[in-house]
Design a binder for this molecule. Structure first.
Ligand code: NAD
Length: 305
């Protein structure tokens, strides 16, 4: 039988862990022996106000079950001070779960600059700030596990969430780059697109659906991606209500116009069916694979049509 996966002697920072998904991630890691910094600003779902009670409550829950945790009440924009809490309390940081988030949903036509700035600040800049502060420590020790939290809205687009969609897809881009930069230092960076009942979804989903969308069905994936035995990096996963799957880019075979022979807008229109046909599609996973058919076209100027 496989031994239970443990996190003894590991230190995790979970941002926005005072409620919803972050709370569950923190409880799950702590229940397996991880020391956890429970970060939460304790503001409203729209990003107003602050309070220490959200983080304190989760720290109390973890301690009551015999786990180790400390609270941090800084905004994720202050990554240095959140990482400092981990260093002061536990001496290091092995895991960063970037989870904190807010919503300011409004159609693009009515979106103010403030709605845009605040959402990008918390999600994109916040995740960058905490990760950037932990990064040199992870590089130095040759170990790190980082989670970014994106959203189906960001991956696929959603009405009324231009700020959130931009920030969330930005996080997937940040993760893709950091996965490459962290590869040689055993720093793995993965992205989850969760769906769960929380204060962010309770007003937009019907109660019967919310009942079946427990944060408990998301955290096991987060814990696995944060475990030392997990080799996965640069992955993007959709997860909710017991469903877990991996996403990847898909590229059509496309059309190569012969190099050296001019082609026009009419030629593009003529070949549109081929350009957009996903039969025998490829799945490039890095910039070299992306560049490969372009290079083929350069190296074989007479091919194509
Ligand atoms: P939630 O509101 O319950 O939890 C978010 C937590 O982040 C809150 O406790 C909040 O106080 C904290 N927070 C907000 N701004 C902060 C800041 N500047 N610094 C520190 N903490 C801050 O919401 P949730 O649904 O659990 O969301 C968690 C993450 O999952 C978010 O990034 C959200 O965008 C993402 N997400 C959730 C769903 C879903 O279905 N619930 C879907 C897609 C993505």
């Amino acid at each position: 039988m496989m031994a239970e996966l443990r996190f003894d002697d590991r230190v995790a920072i979970v941002t926005g862990a005072g409620g919803g998904l972050g709370r569950q991630h923190a409880l799950t890691l702590a229940a397996r022996g991880c020391k956890v910094v429970v970060n939460d600003l304790g503001g409203s779902a729209h990003g107003d106000g602050k309070s220490s009670s959200a983080a304190d409550k989760v720290v109390d829950e973890i301690r009551a079950m015999g786990g180790e945790a400390v609270a941090n009440y800084d905004s994720v924009e202050n990554g240095e001070s959140i990482v400092q809490t981990a260093l002061d309390s536990f001496g290091t940081v092995d895991i960063v779960v970037n989870n904190a988030g807010i919503l300011r949903d409004v159609s693009f036509a009515k979106m103010s600059k403030q709605d845009w700035d605040l959402v990008l600040k918390v999600h994109l800049e916040g995740s960058m700030s905490v990760t950037h502060a932990a990064w040199p420590i992870m590089r130095e020790k040759g170990y790190g596990r980082i989670i970014m939290t994106t959203s189906a809205a960001g991956l696929y687009g959603n009405f009324g969430q231009a700020n959130y969609c931009a920030a969330k897809l930005g996080l997937a881009g940040l993760a893709n780059c950091l996965a490459e930069e962290g590869r040689s230092k055993n720093i793995h960076v993965n992205t989850i697109a969760p769906i769960a009942a929380s204060r962010l979804t309770e007003t937009i989903m019907p109660p019967n659906l919310l009942e079946n969308l427990k944060p408990e069905a998301v955290s096991p994936l987060v814990a696995w991606l944060c475990h030392e035995k997990c080799e996965e990096t640069k992955g993007i996963f959709e997860v909710g209500a017991g469903f877990i799957s991996k996403l990847r880019w898909e590229r059509s075979q496309g059309n190569s116009f012969p190099l050296g022979k001019a082609f026009s807008v009419d030629d593009v229109a003529r070949r549109w069916g081929k350009i957009t046909d996903f039969t025998d599609a490829e799945h490039p996973s890095n910039v070299n694979e992306s560049f490969s058919p372009i290079l083929d076209n350069i190296n074989n100027p007479s091919l194509g049509g």
